[in-house]
Design a protein around this ligand. Structure first.
Ligand SMILES: [Zn+2]
Ligand SMILES: [Zn+2]
Length: 329
């Protein structure tokens, strides 16, 4: 894992916009937190390294995330085509983000998409059917917001094609070299999603909100670990984006379908076993969805310490910073 805080190299600018197989993925953090700071909510721009064509995994904060990334210099290499009136942020939003993967319809995962939609370009929103139905009925219903979709309450403005995904089935992400395979998650009764994104033989796994199997009395996490164990063993899985909402002292009956460091250690041990043991050393795990606190202390440091204290697998925990660009390979 390489953190490129503010420099996007000239080499990248000169590269053709094709996926370079085996180069891993760029991750630009558009929103790192799980609430309650409205400018910094779950959203991860993902693209094959060396390729400009990206997908956003969740869209809690969108334009503000792009703005913070621009302020950090991450888009220094972006060339807005001559004749376009778009700003750099406008160009990345409209021309480089080719679609959205929405894990679930909670507001902190979709608000950036909804409010930016009038000025966005035509593209596809990918989600499991239960999530698509929520997006249609809760937001794009001409009450909360005009209907930007190609289905639901008329008139349909058809800016976004809402594409239903099928659990475990791989689909091309239009306009990119990437594919996606969704896996359902149990988020305190609500259906959420983990997205396996693949390109050129590499993979990255982006989790939406989820509770631990043991607390949810479910096997969703274990099922995903089984499905990706080979990729972990072969080191083609380059990173996992996984939620940790609270510190480990949070009682299980107050998790509301979320994870703590204690539960992350537990579930990563299941993945390690499924992958044949001693398989996670150095694997980047990006810790998403930490909740912003209204007390005088933010929980990042405590969560980082708890994750490191029990890190007998040698996982590389990354506490992401909004606007930062990471290269996982
Ligand atoms: Zn959330
Ligand atoms: Zn949620």
């Amino acid at each position: 894992m390489k953190l490129i805080a503010s420099i996007a190299s000239m080499a990248m600018f000169l590269m053709p916009t094709i996926a370079l197989s085996g180069q891993g993925f760029d991750l630009i953090v558009l929103g790192a937190l799980g609430g309650i700071q409205d400018s910094n909510l779950s959203s991860y721009l993902i693209r094959p390294h060396g390729d400009r064509n990206a997908i956003a995994c969740d869209a809690g904060s969108l334009v503000n995330g792009l703005k913070v990334a621009q302020d950090k210099g991450v888009f220094r290499d972006v060339k807005v085509p001559e004749g376009s009136t778009d700003s750099v942020i406008g160009h990345v939003l409209k021309s480089e983000i080719k679609g959205y993967l929405i894990s679930h319809a909670h507001l902190d995962h979709v608000q950036g998409l909804v409010v930016a939609s009038p000025d966005d370009s035509n593209k596809t929103i990918y989600a499991l059917p239960s999530v698509s139905a929520e997006i249609e009925q809760t937001y794009f219903n001409w009450k909360a917001w005009p209907n930007m979709l190609d289905r639901g309450q008329p008139p349909q403005l058809r800016k976004y094609r809402l594409e239903d995904l099928k659990s475990g089935e791989t689909k091309d992400l239009a306009g990119t070299t990437m594919t996606v395979t969704p896996f359902p998650l149990n988020h305190a009764g609500a259906e959420s999603t983990a997205f396996l994104i693949e390109s050129g033989g590499d993979a990255i796994l982006c989790f939406g909100d989820t509770g631990p199997d043991e607390v949810q009395k479910a096997s969703n996490m274990q099922d995903i670990w089984k499905a990706i164990a080979d990729k972990v063993r072969q080191r083609t899985l380059k990173a996992i984006i996984l939620e940790v909402s609270y510190t480990s002292d949070r009682q299980d009956n107050l998790l509301f379908g979320h994870m703590t460091p204690k539960w992350v250690h537990k579930t990563l041990h299941v993945l390690d076993q499924e992958s044949g043991g001693n398989a996670l050393k150095g694997l980047p795990v990006v810790v998403s969805h930490i909740k912003y606190s209204l007390t005088n202390e933010q929980p990042q440091e405590a969560i980082r310490k708890e994750l490191e204290a029990g890190n007998d697998l040698g996982v590389q925990f990354v506490i992401p910073e909004q606007g930062a660009l990471y290269h996982f390979r």
